[in-house]
Design a protein around this ligand. Sequence first.
Ligand SMILES: [Zn+2]
Length: 716
Amino acid sequence: MNRRDTPPEDLTEEDAGAELAALAEEIAAADIAYHQNDAPDLTDAEYDALRRRNTAIEALFPSLKRADSPSGATPGAAPAAGFAKSRHGTPMLSLDNAFAPEDFAEFAKSVRRFLKLGEEEVLRFVGEPKIDGLSVNLTYENGVFVRGATRGDGTVGEDITRNLETLDDLPRRLPAPFPGHIEIRGEVFMTKADFLAFHAEQTRLHEEREQRRERGEKVGPDIRIPANPRNAAAGSLRQLDPEVTARRPLKFFAYAQGASSTPVAETHWDYLEQLRAWGFQVNPLSRLLPDEHAAEAFQAELAGQRAGLDYDIDGVVYKLDRLDWQKRLGFVGRTPRWAIAWKFPAEQATTVLLRIEIQVGRTGALTPRAVMQPVNVGGVMVQHATLHNEDEIARKDVRIGDTVVLQRAGDVIPQIVSVVLEKRPATSEAWRPLTHCPACGSHAVRPEGEVVRRCTGGLICPAQTVERLKHFVSRNALDIEGLGEENIIALHNAEIVKSPADIFRLAPHVETIRQWEGWGKGSKKDSRKIANLLAAIESRREPPLERFIFALGIRRIGAQNAKLLARHYHDVAEWRAKMLAATTIGSEAREELGSIQGIGPAIATELAEFFAEHRNREALDDLLSEVTPLPAERIGGSGSPFAGKVVVFTGTLEQTSRDEAEAVAERLGAKVTKSVSKKTDFVVVGADAGSKAKKAAELGVRTLTEAEWRQMAAQG
Ligand SMILES: [Zn+2]
């Protein structure tokens, strides 16, 4: 960002050109994030600063102004990278809003004024429920669907033809007669029920990804959890892979026309009829109103039905029925003079917050949830609201006993908007985060820089047991065959297996298990199943140390870190003792742990927190009474001069990278650390070595040149 501190007048032409290119890209990305995603990356101030900088540079270097310059583009959603642009035949509309009967009356009056209509003329409107989804423009050539695009900035959208082709509600061919060329518009949306199921599935995938990430395993791209059906529909349609879109439950209602080579109807109502005849879904609640005064009753009627609909609506769109009048009225910019969106008031209600419940997720995440006196919000009884996290509770200063304002807007899940401070009880106290897990009583900690508080009792916390057990027996951990999720849940529910150690104590329960469906009650095959499982478990009583450490499921200790720990500490007793000692901050053991190449202080803290919880230690010792982990192999054998030695690399190596040299040393059985101490056996000194070489000399630690290191390494 230093570059940005240079005043524009001091920039060279070359720098100015490069910066304009970078700004165009950044501003476009921010526009997309703002208009098309749910999470803007920049604050308004940062965004404005970028645009100002762009304008200032363009003013000084007019010849460098780019074709895609942000200053020349309409602010709004430019097409995202990955999709071709698609220009609409006629612009897609943006409607004016009405919020009250007076607003609508004023709108109707302005229509009359413009058309110079007398009182005797009847104004008929078509009222259509306004669905909060994603507007799209469909192009048909000779009756065949050829192209589909998002609304974009109203003039140019993204070509999402292949994604739209996956929708069941979209006719690929129109039955004749049809205009040679026609654009048909409508809304793609997700029903509430489909959204809730999709939301739950995305949340689960997100949690699983987080778990894998914490264990240091490779993870795919981030899993987005949509906030509302609109975001879910938009995200689903804007997938680069149409296969993904095809799996999403998307619906489509047609409601408007774009360009057309020949007129289709004389009224909007007849046009909707034609859409139905062509096979489109048209919202069945749409209605032709006999005159402008019928709008208010229709608005109230739909407001009453709103909560019971299986999709979200946020108002009603009223369109003048006569198309010749629509044409005369025309547009102001992209806003038609012949239509208006009459919005419903936000669904709000006040109630009393009874308590804040903490839910423990399967990965140990503690999530606060508000429990309130049940209240009717827009026709739905609401008792719970999400509070997201501790910071949000603090920011809103939500307290138990408070009267709170609840809202269901576009979001299906209700939110606490604000606190009615005048009604706050005099005795109320600020809410304090729990220090212990409500499910198991272990310490709950919130790592620095993270928003989520977590239970540290991974091995014993009932909320996490199933996940932990699944991990414990998984392929890279103890690899016990025959213990899938279903079986773990069954054994857990029967209270036979509550902790990993219990897996090794199944034998006394065999008679009980044999009574279960599919476990030997009937067939011979089933009874072999139990025998096979017991044999698989027995064969795992002596796991390699690295698998054992990994199997414990300590946060951030993935297979790779478990291997580093196993190599460094060699056997389980040593490891356990050192981890206990490392719970003391500043101890020698803690320093040693943090200085292991690839571990570092943050991971050392996670390990220390795990061992600081006495319940974890008890569960670990219980487990060690059943299994005996094998000491880690020293791959280099005792033949290498580095086997079992502590080695430090410093300075720049000429022949290999430092990373590679360290890996070689570890293969030879060395412990590689970052800092030099009395315990260091060798310091390999490369070019431009600094304080570590000096310290080695002071402590009398043997130093090696790169050449000497290579020679000695070759021996082993
Ligand atoms: Zn817990």
